[in-house]
Design a protein around this ligand. Structure first.
Ligand code: NAP
Length: 276
């Protein structure tokens, strides 16, 4: 643990003390690493996830180490009323959100026909609906202020179909398409939209998804969450529309554009199979 006196220097062009950043899914993984980067730059934070106790612990750590204020809100964003509840709560407290990071998301491994319905609908609710609803709620005030940043977490899964995780891959294709279209609509508005696409990353994601035993995670392996967050944060602050974290991931995402779709889907399936 560092204390404030020997905390690293803020990121050039990073968030400022007067800005508030809302991060969903900040109780672990990439969201937590993003929260640390923003806290280091003294941004004030609103952290959201279901695990309120973990968020409180993180708030204590960040406020102890950096000169920032951290508000935590325990919320299940799979609940369709949650985005509006969150927006209203922050409005009532007079909090302006300058940066919105839609990071919360999950995947589920298995053939679609046998996947429990709540797992299917939960992915759509969290990865698509909550992200879209939160963006719609917080964006208009950013446009009025002519200032704001949004970052949506997609994945390299967004670039091709994903047999064995069909719904997850499709949700991330939505996030990528939505983010790129929105970035275009907002061109010149003072508001930027960044879509961060990590490849496999070592967080709780794979264990939760049940794909930790696949070729993707066992043979190819994951990046570390801190490096992914750093790439995303830099891209967010530069107003980049698309950030693919890691050279290998970038090459894979770019190369699938030129290969026959059926072949890409077959390779995607092979990578997603479980191995010893
Ligand atoms: N790790 C990877 O390989 C990878 C690759 C590409 C993209 N991504 C994307 O990156 C994002 C972050 O994932 P991660 O790897 O950091 O995974 P993670 O370690 O599992 O973290 C997910 C975060 O989302 C929160 N969350 C999950 N369900 C939620 C719900 N219903 N309501 C509110 N918060 C919820 C979790 O907190 P609680 O459990 O406390 O709610 C946690 O803070 C996701 O969108 C994921 O799809 C991950």
């Amino acid at each position: 643990m560092t204390n404030q006196a020997n905390a690293p220097n803020p990121t050039p062009g990073g968030a400022t003390k007067s800005q508030t950043t809302l991060i969903t899914g900040a109780s672990g993984g990439i969201g937590y690493e993003l929260a640390k980067l923003l806290a280091r730059d003294r941004a004030n934070l609103v952290l959201v996830a279901r695990s309120g106790d973990k968020l409180v612990e993180i708030a204590r750590e960040l406020q102890g180490n950096f000169s920032c204020t951290v508000k935590t809100i325990a919320l299940n964003l799979e609940d369709s009323h949650a985005p509006k509840f969150l927006f209203d709560q922050l409005q009532n407290e007079g909090l302006t959100v300058d940066i919105l990071i839609n990071n919360a998301g999950f995947g589920a491994f298995g053939v679609f026909a046998q996947m429990p319905e709540p797992e299917i609908l939960g992915q759509i609710e969290l990865n698509i609906s909550a992200l879209t609803h939160l963006t719609r709620l917080f964006l208009p005030a950013m446009v009025t202020r002519r200032r704001g940043r949004i970052m949506n977490l997609a994945s390299t899964a967004a670039f091709q179909p994903g047999p064995m995780m069909a719904v997850y891959y499709a949700t991330k294709a939505y996030v990528l398409s939505f983010s790129e279209a929105l970035a275009n609509e907002l061109n010149g508005s003072g508001v930027t939209v960044t879509c961060l696409c990590p490849g496999p990353t070592n967080t709780n994601f794979a264990k939760r998804a049940g794909n930790d035993g696949t070729r993707l995670f066992k043979k190819i392996g994951g990046m570390n969450a801190e490096a992914v967050a750093r790439d995303g944060y830099r891209g967010l602050m530069e107003g980049k529309t698309l950030v693919i974290s890691g050279m290998q991931n970038w090459l894979v995402a770019e190369s699938v554009r030129f290969a026959p779709r059926k072949m890409v889907t077959a390779i995607s399936r092979w990578i997603s199979e479980k191995v010893e």
